[in-house]
Write a protein that binds this ligand. Structure first.
Ligand SMILES: [Zn+2]
Ligand SMILES: [Zn+2]
Ligand SMILES: [Zn+2]
Length: 272
């Protein structure tokens, strides 16, 4: 029997912007003069990893507050953040958290943030001034609410499925939004999580470089994983300077490409 319209509503359109597709150092790396770091191709300039999802008329969601959040918000004219999802608490994914103050000021409200238990433990430690209160108010502190997530949850009616991943020994979260999944910072995806991303049309997946790494997929491992998940289109993210954009894309199979900062694509999300 088909579920009635009151149970399942038709998916609605949304848009994803890749705000940053670089590894923790960013590309170019400070002081590096390699071909990628000196490249004039704008797709070889990678800020720290983050994405922005606009579910029109409903909600604007930021995934991670990367070190470069201020620069990313200015570059893409982002003036609204209704919710933040954290994948994990590594510096490149959280150090822009203080810049949420700007959105507090614009919106006049605290921003609900979502992460797993492990991530909140680290964020509370790293940003103790937010949780313990500052010595004096000064420029203010970010106003956020901390929500721990494990299972599917809804943000203003939009369904979000946390996807547990292994980032070396660290349990982190990817997220699925309708026909799209964002799986950064991982080198292993448990079987149960593969089931959670089954049938996605667009996948963003971690791919650091060609050389093995203890917490990230190599290009070879990421291509194999992309083939397992079998989205129509896979984009790689979290790239180091070892991977020049054009040259690397030329050797990737059909339907697999490197993402780049500013890449925009359309998705469909599920709503309650
Ligand atoms: Zn990272
Ligand atoms: Zn370099
Ligand atoms: Zn990480």
């Amino acid at each position: 029997m088909r579920p009635g319209p009151s149970v399942v509503k038709a998916p609605i359109p949304a848009r994803v912007t890749m705000l940053g597709t670089g590894t923790s150092h960013g590309v170019p790396m400070i002081g590096c003069h390699c071909a990628t770091c000196r490249s004039t191709d704008v797709r070889d300039r990678r800020l720290r990893p983050s994405i922005y999802i606009e579910v029109f008329e409903r909600v604007r969601i930021l995934v991670d507050t990367a070190t470069d959040l201020r620069q990313q918000a200015l570059a893409h004219d982002i003036a609204q953040v209704d919710a933040v999802l954290f994948t994990h608490a590594h510096a490149d994914h959280i150090l822009g958290l203080d810049d949420l103050r700007s959105f507090n000021r614009l919106q006049g409200a605290a921003i609900p943030c979502y992460a797993n238990d492990e991530t909140w433990t680290h964020i509370r430690r790293q940003f103790s001034y937010i949780f313990d209160g500052p010595l004096q108010l000064g420029g203010g502190v970010p106003q956020i609410t901390a929500n721990e997530v494990q299972d599917a949850f809804f943000v203003r009616g939009v369904k979000i499925i946390p996807v547990p991943l292994w980032h070396g020994k660290l349990p982190i979260l990817g997220f699925r939004f309708g026909n799209f999944a964002y799986l950064t910072d991982c080198n292993k995806i448990p079987e149960e999580s593969l089931r959670l991303v089954e049938g996605v049309d667009i996948l963003v997946l971690d791919a650091l470089r060609d050389e093995p790494h203890e917490t990230h997929f190599t290009i070879g491992e990421a291509v194999a994983m992309a083939q397992t998940i079998a989205a129509q289109q896979t984009y790689f993210t979290h790239m180091a300077h070892d991977l020049p954009h054009a040259k690397t894309n030329a050797r990737l199979p059909e339907g697999v490409q490197l993402a780049y900062d500013g890449l925009v694509f359309d998705i469909e999300v599920e709503i309650a």
